[in-house]
Design a binder for this molecule. Structure first.
Ligand SMILES: [Fe+2]
Ligand SMILES: [Fe+2]
Length: 389
């Protein structure tokens, strides 16, 4: 547990900077939520200076004068910082095309079929992820630990839609294979921690490649008469939102069981709770997709959505959005309404990263990117709760 991971993209701990606590924890500002987060941005967090220069005599103390974290807590926070940067990148792409400030389009109209407030929710989910990434990196820095910086891997091409900034991205939303079994998992009385598996709610999304964003201006569609093609792209996004956030929900619950510091536990429970709120929102909306079948000529794939609001078994019924009580801890105990999975070997760090890889999020990234994520995930999963210190 004492060995340190030193991925090359982590900022150097020893870059000189004032140890003034006020610089480690910026004063809260009374700015409007959106303007604050717009100014914050993902890049801004990563441009923040490194941690205070620590002398050998002060190695037990963080830059803010508090006790240093153990290696396991640092590994968990670094993995989560990477996951949040990934979330922020993909949500930023959704926000550009379907957020509250996006131009009217068939895509946006398709999202609004799921819920009229969908653009607002997309913008706010994006802001939340930016804040998670920035906070986790700032917290690592405040403890004298290395921050996570993935900017060197932000080279994937964005949507070619004319109003989308043509800057490199970390994630690929144009060739996804979306696992929608989370939908039936949360409507089931069984639990993946006991080995249960679940069918997909939208089986065709889990086969072949699908885009969740319009790839060019032609695909943006007519805001007043969205085609089935652009609606299919929007509905794919709607189920992808839930897929992403159920992953975060289980990841935080799983890793929280490995942390040592009570303050780090507080961070994981509190940010993890935010992921749960995201997930619950999206699983309420995705079920409003309307029946259609669409063939995507670019990915050469077909997707079929059915009306989940009427005539469905309980494992598919759209309005059953509260977690069905299921087996938990022991089959000798009564069923319990919980988030799941939360046990080892499911959506732990490696499980979550492998799931994102299978989703196609990183299609086009070089081997070094996967090596970095795997090393961060392995270190986080190797963390062990240390008690009695
Ligand atoms: Fe997040
Ligand atoms: Fe999230």
């Amino acid at each position: 547990m004492k060995s340190e991971i030193k991925p090359t993209v982590i900022n150097e701990r020893d870059s000189a900077e004032s140890s003034n606590p006020s610089q480690e924890f910026p004063q809260p500002r009374r700015l409007a939520r959106r303007s604050f987060l717009r100014n914050l941005g993902m890049g801004a967090a990563l441009l923040a200076p490194g941690a205070a220069l620590l002398g050998s005599a002060s190695k037990a103390l963080a830059a803010n004068g508090r006790q240093r974290l153990n290696a396991g807590d640092v590994a968990i926070l670094q993995l989560l910082a990477a996951a949040e940067l990934i979330e922020a990148d993909l949500w930023q792409q959704y926000k550009e095309l379907g957020g509250v400030d996006s131009p009217e389009s068939g895509y946006r109209a398709g999202l609004e079929i799921l819920d009229g407030d969908q653009p607002q929710y997309i913008s706010d989910n994006t802001d939340d992820e930016l804040s998670h990434a920035a906070f986790l990196n700032a917290y690592l820095r405040s403890k004298g630990e290395r921050q996570v910086d993935l900017r060197q891997f932000a080279n994937l091409p964005p949507s070619q839609v004319s109003f989308v900034p043509q800057t490199g991205r970390l994630t690929n939303l144009k060739q996804l294979t979306v696992d929608t079994s989370w939908w039936t998992r949360y409507r089931s009385t069984t639990n993946p921690d006991f080995g249960a598996t679940f069918p997909n709610a939208v089986p065709s999304l889990n086969i072949g490649l699908h885009t969740a964003i319009p790839r060019n201006d032609d695909e943006l569609g007519d805001p007043n008469n969205p085609s089935d093609h652009v609606k299919a792209i929007a509905f794919t996004a709607g189920f992808h939102f839930g897929y992403i956030e159920q992953g975060g929900t289980s990841l935080y619950a799983t890793l929280a069981q490995k942390v040592t510091s009570l303050e780090v536990l507080r961070i994981l429970l509190s940010i993890g709770g935010s992921e749960i709120m995201h997930f619950q929102t999206w699983q309420d909306k995705a079920g409003n997709a309307t029946s259609l079948t669409d063939v995507d000529p670019i990915n050469n794939s077909t997707v079929t959505f059915i009306d989940l609001t009427t005539g469905q078994p309980e494992t598919l019924q759209a309005n059953l959005i509260m977690p069905e009580p299921c087996e938990f801890i022991s089959r000798n105990l009564p069923p319990c309404a919980i988030i799941r999975p939360s046990g080892p070997g499911q959506l732990d760090a490696r499980g979550a990263i492998n799931s994102f890889i299978a989703d196609g999020l990183f299609r086009g990234q070089p081997p070094q990117f996967f090596q970095l994520l795997n090393s961060l995930a392995s270190a986080a999963d190797a963390a062990e709760r240390e008690v009695g210190d």
